[in-house]
Ligand binder design. Structure first.
Ligand code: GUN
Ligand code: ZN
Length: 441
């Protein structure tokens, strides 16, 4: 057993939209102790110090949160971030596809996956739904690296067999299917890994490949599915030309069996009411990627419309379209996207969607997302403020929502002190700072 003292914040229920009080939903336990057992699970939370024999870490005056869950991010695109001057389709052709070709090399995939997961941990993200590349080895490397870190990942080899350059296309539906089946047999349900059938997006798969992907989902309902949908207007128009018989972009997936309870669809900006009803009916979720949507000029996601349809929304960085792995920056960009449409995103709804809400949408609420006893101890400790400017802003905050909202808006990975995965410290800012300083000299 080990005990950690800090200000503990998590959620017991879904906060109501616009409710800055969120009583009964948000659970803030200032200066409490989190108890973690020897198996890496949360054993309890208490106000009083633990028994004398129990090892302690005193993070008094710091914020302790469940690890963030990033529901859409590309392991191969950390180096694509901040690429100038394009919208989605040109961005893919000019920057992203060339970068992904390098991942055919298992060495690049192994080193890149390790770098990517360590970067997630250094941003306070302990669980993620990840796109590697079309190469089987890129998924293998990611699962391997996640297993070494005991991280919760949902991922799968990217499926694409057209409208992509040489070296990034599956050779046939049967080769792609074999690769998926091999990876499912090796990784699905092993440790903390789950396999996701990963169709890049409708334009890069032939109807035959989409049918194969749908059949894999139908054959095993424990598999996840991840893809992109309705991100950019030119993309939506192109999908309409490629699939004239589908009612909508989302319907291309629905028709072949790719829209189900474990589907995670990134973006969903250009959906209509019928699409949202279909998402709700399937129990699928949209991964809202505000940083990416702003950077690529894709559009403004309509969260209230999703809410009206009772369809699930989680939060995602979409790096390399997004410009940061930081979930605070992502949430803060989410606030701004909604503000542009005249809506207000509370810190509670935002943080919930990056923790408990995402866990629920992924059917993983028994494992991650809260500080409930029995959950795996994936958690993070943050400074409330790191500079004179945000220290002053924190001092002026008059209530809890104001304090947490100011933190969400002003903090980033530089506020992170340490990250634990299944009870083990996997990132420690003190060591990292020492490393960076050594390297710089
Ligand atoms: N649509 C198809 N591929 C991608 C990708 O890599 N990133 C984003 N943002 N959208 C996509
Ligand atoms: Zn993406």
């Amino acid at each position: 057993m080990k005990a950690y003292r800090a200000d503990l914040l998590d959620f017991q229920r879904t906060p109501a939209w616009g409710d800055t009080l969120a009583e009964g939903a948000v659970r803030f336990r200032a200066d409490h102790w989190l108890l973690v057992d020897g198996d890496g699970r949360i054993a309890g939370v208490q106000p009083q110090p633990p028994d004398p024999g129990i090892e302690r870490e005193d993070w008094r005056g710091h914020l302790l949160l469940p690890g963030f869950i990033d529901t859409h991010v590309h392991s191969s695109q950390v180096g694509v971030m901040a690429s100038y001057g394009t919208a989605l389709l040109d961005w893919l052709n000019n920057y992203t596809f060339p970068a992904e070709r390098a991942w055919a090399d298992p060495e690049v995939a192994a080193q890149g996956s390790a770098h990517f997961l360590d970067a997630l941990l250094a941003h306070g993200t302990t669980a993620a739904v990840v796109f590697p590349t079309v190469h089987k080895g890129s998924a293998e490397a990611l699962f391997q690296a996640a297993d070494e870190r005991q991280m919760r990942v949902i991922a799968g080899k990217v499926l694409m067999d057209r409208h992509a350059p040489e070296g990034l296309r599956d050779l046939s539906a049967s080769q792609a299917e074999r690769d998926c089946i091999d990876l499912i047999d090796r990784w699905h349900g092993r440790g903390r890994a789950s396999y996701a059938i990963t169709v890049r997006f409708a334009p890069t798969s032939t109807p035959e490949q989409l049918a194969m992907a749908g059949a894999l989902c139908r054959a095993n309902e424990t598999l996840y599915m991840q893809t992109h949908v309705a991100e950019n207007r030119d993309e939506v128009k192109w999908v309409g030309e490629l699939f004239p018989h589908a009612r909508s972009y989302l319907d291309v997936y629905a028709r072949v069996g790719l829209l189900h309870r474990r589907s995670v669809l990134a973006h969903g900006i250009w959906l209509d009411a019928e699409d949202r009803a279909a998402l709700r009916h399937a129990g699928a979720q949209i991964a809202f990627c505000p940083s990416s949507n702003l950077f690529l000029g894709s559009g403004l996601f309509d969260w209230p419309a999703m809410l009206g349809a009772d369809a699930a929304v989680s939060m995602a960085s979409d790096v390399g379209g997004g410009t940061s792995l930081s979930m605070q920056r992502t949430l803060s960009d989410g606030y701004k996207v909604l503000a542009l449409a005249g809506h207000k995103l509370t810190a509670w709804t935002a943080l919930h969607a990056a923790t408990r809400g995402a866990a629920q949408a992924l059917l993983l609420a028994d494992e991650i997302g809260t500080l409930e006893p029995g959950r795996l101890a994936d958690f993070t400790v943050w400074r409330w403020a790191a500079t004179p400017v945000d220290t002053e802003r924190q001092r002026l905050a008059r209530d809890l929502h104001e304090k947490v909202f100011a933190w969400m808006t002003l903090a980033d990975e530089r506020h992170l002190r340490a990250t634990w995965v299944a009870g083990r410290k996997r990132f420690d800012a003190t060591n990292e700072n020492a490393k960076t300083t050594t390297r710089a000299h």
